[in-house]
Write a protein that binds this ligand. Structure first.
Ligand code: G1P
Length: 301
């Protein structure tokens, strides 16, 4: 099947980060660091790795530092240069997107994820697009990020494809949950989506297969978002509009390969820091993982 390539990604980053106060009083939660890199940079790198060419931030007031992070920092770069810190300088420059690869629109009021995505409609136009929630961080082998896995699956089956994982039944009220049709339950397998419910109570959940923050969606979704009534949490939910596309075109959940950390929670954020340090270390500190492992072992747990 021929499908249109995914070239653009929407990153909703207008949230207030209330769960991380006071850290996020003046700093966007997407600037919280896992080891030495802010969450926003992980998401942008994952998008580019998947072949995406343009990343659109849906931002809010007080979040301009997110755009600054992907621009030159002249004073810093000049100082590094004059001090001969060539490795640091090279790493900063290598992480810079090309001209025009990052744009942003404002979500003026916190009306929900569905509304945030709808705010990017003019920049997306009439083509399939990705949505990435930077709070969800997924550790995968290098070069096999979740967005790449989704884009590859979309190239095969088209339509809408969302990243999914099984969660404990007690947690279904935190996620968009699938009603599953034909299912390949192997890692990397696809589950046909028959229904979708946002944050159902455990006793009402049609399954325990939940959406994590990576999506490839069809542009037809924007028309539905425009008239979408408020749903769970009294917010305009992306899940509710997605549910209205079921039956119109192929719709699958991808059991992606990787370990997901919910960096919107303190526990998930701390786990991500430990897991990333152990698995990847740091560019300028190759011994970080081994040193951390040794220290963890001697903790009086
Ligand atoms: C959002 C979506 C939900 C999804 C979750 C993944 O919820 O609405 O469907 O399962 O992200 O992290 P939020 O975490 O913003 O409440």
């Amino acid at each position: 099947m021929t499908t249109q390539r995914v070239r653009k990604a929407v990153l909703p980053v207008a949230g207030l980060g209330t769960r991380f106060l006071p850290a996020t009083k003046t700093m966007p939660k997407e600037m919280l660091t896992v080891v030495d890199k802010p969450l926003i940079q992980y998401a942008v790198e994952e998008a580019f790795e998947a072949g995406i060419e343009e990343v659109i931030f849906v931002t809010g007031r007080g979040k301009v530092v997110l755009e600054d992070h992907f621009d030159h920092a002249f004073e810093l770069e000049a100082t590094l240069e004059s001090r001969g810190k060539t490795d640091e300088l090279a790493r900063l420059r290598a992480a810079m997107p090309g001209a025009g690869q990052i744009s942003s629109v404002r979500q003026q009021a916190p009306l929900g994820l569905g509304h945030a995505v709808w705010c990017a409609r003019e920049l997306i136009g009439n083509e399939p697009f990705a949505v990435m929630l930077p709070d969800d961080l997924v550790l995968t082998p290098p070069g096999q990020g979740v967005m790449k896995q989704l884009v590859d699956a979309h190239a095969d089956v088209g339509g809408n494809v969302v990243a999914v994982m099984d969660v404990p039944r007690a947690d279904t009220n935190k996620y968009g949950i699938l009603d599953v049709g034909a299912d390949d339950a192997r890692p990397g397998g696809l589950a046909e989506v028959k229904g979708l419910v946002e944050k159902p109570a455990p006793e009402d959940a049609p399954s325990t297969l939940s959406i994590i923050g990576r999506y490839v969606l069809e542009p037809e979704l924007f028309e539905l978002l425009e008239t979408q009534q408020k749903g769970a949490g009294n917010e305009i939910q992306l899940t509710d509009s997605m549910a209205r596309r079921i039956g119109q075109s192929p719709f699958h959940g991808l059991r992606y390969e990787g370990t997901r950390y919910d960096c919107g929670s303190k526990l998930g954020f701390l786990q991500a820091n430990v897991a990333y340090a152990l698995a990847r270390g740091a560019d300028n500190d190759p011994d970080l993982g081994a040193n951390l492992a040794a220290w963890l072992k001697q903790l009086p747990l």
